[in-house]
Ligand binder design. Structure first.
Ligand code: ADP
Length: 464
């Protein structure tokens, strides 16, 4: 165990300490991001890490750090007994799970509760109600929230799959009920493709998520992905903090997010916000959460899923609403009320995910050592990253090495600011998605704001 306590007292005298010590059960930029807020709040931090992450910034930054196992996630970041042991050994009174790994694992939330460590997020019951996407849809139908039409439950046999597809009309999409990160989804356009697609989807789901359950939805053509950020406290108050537009995706995975959405006006924001608040209230939700919708060209929207955690793209909301969402999560977990809180939006914020991937070779992973890592700065620029020069990006985890977030008065100004910030961002040693993002910022389609989730399929990346 490493103890980095310098004897410095980080506590703000004006701020009462809600938790003394928070263990962050995650790695990379989000672990660091959470610890930064803890430090501002006067809360000590504990990092956990796998052997390949020993030199990671989140380990260096934390007050204490505990090695919990080898690179394999199952033996480290997904290993509940080891994480709980680390929390007990260090006397942490709360655990923040970040996103990914155990963030939406109901068993983990349950175990934390049973050993009297506060899980910063919803209860196991709430995670269960929303974690299984198919159950979540049923809950939403009950709450009167519009959902994408599809199978009433999980689809187990071919006959049932074909019947559902014929009823909703082709094309349809087969989705894993335990899914995440755009993995394991299959689009089917006619009966004859169904058998093969169903079998592949089921076995992929089993492999990726340990759960072969799949369901079928109508495949909406040319939708936008628009999601609503909500905050719910333990006293029955829920508010929303507007939308994030995550329509720029590659293979169903988000690459660029922004708020406000170029297509959402005040009336639609209110409608979607009200639906999201109703969704959270339907399960007496507690914490920060996101309700994901697909928005079609008629401005009709359909519930897709709820993420019961902080999301990768949360900083754009933080910038536009001038709020620290991690701080809100901690305050809510400590029992504080959000009643009467009013967040006033201002400006336009965009995030580009900088991944260690090679856009010239179909985005294949590009791990390795960073020789130069020079981040942009200046007015309206924020970089959330755990990387630094000489850091070795391991091949074992997610390829994201930084999030570049810019904020300006208008969308046009934000795009101009993002372009100049990307120009200033210098990474030497590995390939990154920086050159790709530069080209997207210069594309007239992106600038027009008029595109859908298929945008990148027709986008031509010019190799250097
Ligand atoms: P994950 O949780 O794996 O990210 P989502 O359910 O959030 O999966 O879907 C990811 C993306 O896949 C969506 O943003 C959208 O672009 C596409 N998608 C999912 N369901 C549909 C659908 N029914 N019709 C059209 N596109 C869909």
């Amino acid at each position: 165990m490493i103890n980095h306590s310098s004897g410095l007292n980080h506590k703000h005298s004006s701020e009462k300490t809600l938790f003394n010590k928070i263990l962050v059960a995650n790695r990379g930029e989000i672990a660091l991001r959470i610890m930064q807020t803890c430090r501002e709040m006067g809360i000590s931090t504990v990092a956990v890490y796998s052997t390949v992450d020993a030199e990671s910034m989140h380990v260096k930054y934390a007050d204490e750090a505990v090695c919990i196992g080898p690179a394999l996630s199952r033996e480290s970041y997904l290993n509940i007994p080891r994480i709980i042991a680390a929390a007990e050994v260090t006397n942490a009174d709360a655990i923040h799970p970040g996103y990914g790994f155990l963030a939406e694992n109901a068993d983990f939330a349950e175990v934390c509760a049973s050993v009297n460590i506060k899980f910063i997020g919803p209860t196991a019951t709430m995670i269960n109600q929303m974690g299984d996407k198919n159950t979540a849809k049923s809950t939403m139908i009950f709450a009167g929230v519009p959902v994408v039409p599809g199978s009433p439950g999980l689809v187990t046999d071919l006959q049932q799959a074909i019947e559902t597809a014929q009823r909703t009309g082709y094309p349809v999409i087969i989705k894993p009920t335990a899914g995440g990160g755009g993995k394991g989804m299959r689009v089917v356009t006619e009966d004859s493709q169904m058998e093969k697609a169903l079998n592949t989807a089921r076995s992929e789901a089993e492999q990726s998520f340990g759960n072969s359950g799949v369901y079928i939805e109508k495949y909406l053509e040319n939708p936008r992905h628009v999601e609503i950020q909500i905050l719910s406290d333990q006293h029955g108050n829920t508010i929303h903090l507007g939308e994030r537009d995550c329509t720029v995706q590659r293979r169903h995975q988000k690459l660029i997010e922004e708020t406000p959405s170029p297509v959402v006006d005040e009336a639609l924001r209110k409608k979607m916000g009200d639906a999201a608040v109703a969704a959270a209230r339907a399960i007496n939700y507690e914490g920060a959460g996101t309700i994901e919708f697909l928005l079609d060209k008629h401005k009709d929207f359909y519930f897709m899923e709820m993420n019961t955690r902080i999301q990768v793209e949360h900083p754009v909301t933080e910038e536009r609403y001038d709020v620290d969402l991690v701080k809100e999560q901690i305050l809510i977990a400590a029992g504080e009320s959000i009643e009467g809180r009013n967040f006033i939006p201002k400006g336009h914020s965009i995030e580009c995910r900088i991944n260690a991937e090679d856009p010239e070779h179909s985005f294949r992973p590009s791990p390795g050592q960073l020789q130069v890592f020079h981040t942009p700065g200046g007015h309206g620029v924020r970089v959330d990253s755990h990387a630094y020069a000489s850091y070795v990006v391991p091949s074992n985890y997610d390829s994201m090495i930084a999030k570049l977030i810019v904020t300006a008065h208008s969308r046009d100004e934000a795009i101009a600011r993002m372009s100049r910030a990307l120009d200033e961002f210098i990474v030497v040693g590995i390939k990154t998605t920086i050159p790709f993002h530069k080209q997207v910022m210069h594309s007239s389609v992106f600038q027009s704001g008029d595109f859908d989730t298929s945008f990148l399929e027709s986008f031509r990346y010019e190799k250097k």
